[in-house]
Design a protein around this ligand. Structure first.
Ligand SMILES: NC(=O)c1ccc[n+]([C@@H]2O[C@H](COP(=O)([O-])OP(=O)(O)OC[C@H]3O[C@@H](n4cnc5c(N)ncnc54)[C@H](OP(=O)(O)O)[C@@H]3O)[C@@H](O)[C@H]2O)c1
Length: 296
């Protein structure tokens, strides 16, 4: 690939996997992160610094993963949620507009803006909390750029390559190995992809060009409890450390309004790319292999 690709927020959970994917596929990428070892380490909420960095790099593709993903923190500090999940995109927009850039912005959003009893289509948005609100406002900011924008609503899991940041499956795996008692929710549903698959599809979007707003998840979804039991069973571990509960049974969980059903209908993506997305079971089976490898 001859395009200059810049990943913003590359040191986070998805960023670490995406970087690894590009490395394994011999695709050169430039990586922004706030970590001091990065050549591009600006605070993206500061317009001047963002403008300077982007003007220096002049990317053909920006993949924006930077943002605030902690739902509790967003609720406690809506201003910080706005600054992290909206202002950053406004600053990217400022660069694109000032420089009349034709750069393709691929912005990663979330399934957290859905809550329906079926697989949600792109127009069935339901905002439950400040995280969802700020992510949706970020999408609006991205879509206000006149051209060359892809907004990907997604969720993901898999072995974390990011130091100090655990994924959902890391938490399940470590709890299973240490026999730590945990609760898994029957009443919360989702349709995530593995980070490897998501990285592959981001790469396809780069090749294809802008696609507007699209859901990108596994073909079917399931409850977090079913997911957890399947994952642990596939790893050959004893499941007795997990208790099935409804999230509404836990006071601590209900303090913040949250979506129960974030499953997405990703047929628009399948049609656009003429492919079939994997089932969640297939994704679990593929991710299981990474945990086996890690443990060898
Ligand atoms: N995690 C999930 O399960 C999930 C599910 C659905 C969608 N998403 C979306 O996917 C994207 C990536 O998520 P993730 O889990 O990989 O996030 P993450 O691990 O929290 O990483 C976010 C990255 O953004 C950077 N960042 C935050 N504020 C910044 C700022 N002001 N200036 C520069 N960099 C900043 C962080 O840098 P530092 O490391 O320096 O803080 C970090 O590298 C997010 O947009 C998220 O909303 C995530």
């Amino acid at each position: 690939m001859n395009k200059k690709i810049l990943i913003l927020g590359s040191s986070g959970l998805l960023g670490s996997s995406l970087r690894n994917y590009f490395k394994n596929n011999n695709t050169q990428v430039l990586c922004h992160s706030r970590k001091s070892d990065s050549k591009f380490s600006v605070d993206l909420t500061i317009a001047k610094d963002t403008l300077e960095m982007l003007s220096e790099v002049k990317p053909d593709i920006i993949i924006n993963l930077a943002g605030m993903t902690d739902v509790n923190l967003c609720e406690k500090n809506p201003n910080l949620a706005y600054v992290s999940n909206v202002k950053i995109i406004e600053n990217i927009k400022l660069y694109l507009m000032l420089k009349s850039s034709t750069c393709h912005l691929i912005h990663i959003s979330t399934d957290h803006i859905y809550d329906s009893s079926n697989n949600s289509h792109e127009n069935e948005v339901a905002i439950k909390n400040y995280y969802a609100f700020s992510k949706y406002a970020g999408e609006l900011a991205a879509m206000s750029i006149p051209m060359n924008v892809s907004v990907i609503r997604t969720n993901f899991f898999g072995l974390s390559l990011c130091e100090g940041r655990k994924s959902f499956t890391d938490w399940l795996y470590e709890s299973g190995r240490n026999k730590t008692k945990i609760n898994v929710f029957d009443d919360v549903k989702f349709s995530p992809l593995s980070m490897k698959s998501l990285s592959k599809y981001i790469s396809l979007i780069i090749e294809h060009g802008p696609i507007g707003i699209m859901n990108l998840g596994s073909r079917d979804g399931m409850s977090k409890a079913d997911f957890s039991f399947l994952f642990i069973e596939k790893l050959g571990l004893d499941c007795s450390f997990m208790t099935r509960l409804n999230s509404t049974d836990l006071d601590q969980y209900t303090k913040i309004s949250r979506p129960f059903d974030m499953r997405m209908d990703s047929t628009n993506f399948e049609k656009t790319f003429n492919l079939k997305l994997p089932t969640l079971l297939r994704e679990i089976e593929s991710v299981k292999e990474d945990y086996y490898e890690k443990n060898k």
